[in-house]
Design a protein around this ligand. Structure first.
Ligand code: GRG
Length: 308
């Protein structure tokens, strides 16, 4: 964890928190994923490589942080958390393919297709999406009410990854507008779908599993929408400012392909100001949680100051 990410507030150290959560999440991911030796081994090796080879685990950490603040049992939350990371890993593996971003490095290591070939990378991504829903459907529900919430979360996660306003739809809009002129509304809607939808679903899904009211779920959703957009604006800024070594992937690619980004449309300074405003409003969204929001506030701030 870089020193820039080490940030104290009251009793929360975000670097320690992320590190300890990451370990718990990775241990469970390791159990949910098929063993590398299981037939056919090549795809299981590739799936494990794509998921377990680094990454911040931001989406699962957000789900666990919100769910814990709202009193959701860990044995239910961990299914949501790991499913989110599997879907995220699927998107990264496919995004790196020659047909999309054509990247050789991810998280500082060769991309899945560089290591296992394109066919296996495509299939590993497909299998991770499938495993995510298998993992969600295996969430332990003790009664009818818990079962209903589980189905609601399944629908939410399916929508957030899908083609209508979800991650896949956002990716399509992103690649089909490369090199074209774009306006503010188009840019925001691409960002909200491509990256924002899964981040929003991470916190909203955890809130749905709790016993909080519809109005409170809606405040958590707003929190997710704001940090999700801020996350992608920071990603755009880092593509301009960050180095390939720091990011673990090739920097400067957005400008090269004239991609729709916040710095391209608003400039760096205004983009940074927008991130600050989004994060402050996100912290207001969860103020109803009182001190239980401390860790959520820190995670939101981490998103705005991250360097990788
Ligand atoms: C191919 C279906 C499909 C979707 C692709 C999310 C996405 C859509 C592509 C990923 C490409 C990319 C760099 C998007 C920008 C934001 C983003 C998701 C960055 C990577 O997420 P982090 O920073 O990654 O959470 P780590 O490595 O920490 O897990």
């Amino acid at each position: 964890m870089s020193t820039a990410s080490r940030h104290h507030s009251e009793d929360v150290d975000i670097a320690d928190f992320l590190g300890s959560q990451r370990k718990v999440i990775d241990d469970h991911l390791g159990l949910f994923l098929p063993a590398a030796e299981e037939a056919p081994p090549i795809i299981h090796e590739a799936m494990r490589y794509g998921v377990l080879n680094g990454g911040k685990r931001l989406r699962p950490v957000l789900a666990i942080a919100v769910g814990t603040a709202l009193g959701v049992r860990f044995e239910r939350l961990i299914h949501l958390a790991c499913a989110l990371e599997m879907i995220h890993a699927f998107s990264l593996i496919h995004d790196d393919l020659p047909a999309m971003d054509n990247d050789d490095y991810r998280r500082g290591q060769p991309t899945v297709h560089k290591r296992y070939g394109e066919a296996i990378a495509i299939l590993a991504g497909d299998a991770l999406l499938s495993l995510a829903f298998q993992t969600l459907s295996a969430m332990p529900s003790e009664d009818h009410a818990e079962g209903c919430k589980q189905i609601e979360v399944l629908q939410l996660i399916a929508r957030s990854a899908g083609s209508s306003g979800g991650m896949i739809g956002g990716q399509v809009a992103d690649i089909t507008t490369e090199g074209q002129d774009f306006d503010r509304e188009q840019l925001e809607s691409i960002h909200r779908a491509k990256t924002g939808a899964l981040i929003t679903a991470s916190v909203e899904g955890a809130a749905i599993l709790s016993s909080c009211s519809g109005a409170e779920v809606s405040r958590i959703r707003d929190f997710g929408r704001r940090i999700g957009l801020a996350f992608q604006v920071v990603d755009d800024i880092l593509d301009v400012e960050g180095s390939t070594a720091e990011l673990g992937k090739t920097s400067g690619k957005d400008q090269a392909v004239r991609k729709a980004t916040y710095p391209a449309l608003y400039g760096l300074e205004e983009s940074r100001r927008m991130v600050r405003v989004l994060i402050e409003s996100a912290c207001d969204d969860v103020s109803f949680l009182g001190s239980r929001a401390n860790i959520l506030n820190e995670l939101a701030r981490f998103i705005s100051i991250r360097r990788f």
